[in-house]
Design a protein around this ligand. Structure first.
Ligand code: SIN
Length: 323
């Protein structure tokens, strides 16, 4: 059976607001995330009853509390299910707060030729008008689409690629943006309208699993800290970080969210140069919400190749896992 003939989906639950519970239906913010089982979320969408689904609770967390162990379990389960010939795609319910990091992680490690669709909600499952059921239903439509591939985030009727998506609003039910690149497409009454190609995928069976195995076998992630350049940034934070460079958790890297085109306060830059000379890798991204650092001659630090600060941090940690 190839991926186009396979119609079964796997739904993996990790928690988030989509699984949140509040004491009052009118309360959209004072809830506890990660309370409602993913099997119950699936049951809230009657249309999914017709679709063959395997449902698994991988974790039950607020995604702000993401830890390596949850990522390892999730990446491992996704990899196992992607190998199954009867599985067309995977849907993951996840909190919105770090969904862009999990999506980036899975796309970087797996580049799947089947769709891996993360979805979420901004209102808890107990809300008067919850957004989770529609998002879940849309995610299933995306995962069943015969051309779908790669890791995407589906929310509020839009399909975002894992590399570009970022949460840009703390309250709206459409909190994501893909910046200059824009969304990949949209879902309208279970029909997809695509604007851009699906994320990069490697053909089934040809995937190099070394990076995934390294993540799955890691006891800790290499320590990479994320700091900002800002008015009066004097480098003290870097000196404090360097003061704790011994032991298993020693500092391996720093990502600095620079001003504008990746510029950094001179005093902070001096401290970062000192960190580099002690073996710490330093990468600069832009703290601007849109655009990317435009490389130029004489740039004092290597740039994040268009990745946002949080994704650059994760990319550097994954790279340092290799050495
Ligand atoms: C979370 O990220 O788990 C909580 C917030 C959300 O899902 O919107």
């Amino acid at each position: 059976m190839n991926a186009n003939q396979a119609r079964r989906l796997v739904v993996l639950g990790t928690g988030g607001t989509i699984a949140g519970r509040a004491t009052q239906a009118s309360d959209n913010v004072g809830y506890v995330a990660g309370q409602v089982a993913v099997s119950e979320l699936v049951a809230m969408v009657p249309a999914l009853a017709a679709c063959p689904l395997d449902v698994e609770q991988v974790a039950q967390i607020n995604s702000k509390d993401m830890v390596l162990g949850v990522w390892q379990t999730l990446a491992g389960r996704v990899a196992v299910h992607l190998e199954r010939s009867d599985v067309a795609g995977i849907v993951i319910t996840h909190g919105t707060d770090t969904i862009e990091e999990t999506a980036f992680l899975l796309q970087t490690l797996l580049k799947p030729s089947k769709p891996v669709v993360l979805t979420c909600a901004m209102r808890p499952a107990t809300a008067l008008v919850p957004d989770g059921p529609q998002n879940l239903s849309d995610a299933v439509a995306v995962a069943l689409h015969p051309q779908a591939r790669g890791v995407v985030v589906v929310c509020a009727g839009r399909i975002h690629g894992a590399i570009d998506v970022a949460k840009v609003h703390p309250y709206r039910t459409d909190p994501f943006d893909s910046g200059d690149a824009g969304a990949l497409g949209c879902v309208e009454e279970a029909q997809l309208r695509m604007f851009r190609p699906w994320p990069q995928a490697v053909p089934e069976g040809t995937h190099d699993t070394a990076s995934l195995q390294r993540l799955l076998g890691a006891a800790v992630m290499p320590r990479v800290e994320l700091i900002f350049s800002h008015a009066l940034a004097d480098g003290e934070v870097v000196r404090a970080l360097l003061g704790h460079t011994n032991g298993a958790g020693r500092l391996r890297g720093i990502v600095v969210a620079g001003t504008g085109n990746g510029t950094v306060h001179d005093d902070l830059l001096a401290a970062l140069k000192h960190a580099q000379s002690s073996g710490v890798e330093v990468v600069v991204a832009s703290r601007c919400a849109q655009g990317r650092v435009v490389p130029h001659a004489g740039q004092p630090l290597s740039d994040s190749a268009g990745l946002s600060p949080v994704k650059a941090r994760l990319a550097l940690a994954l790279r340092l896992l290799e050495v």
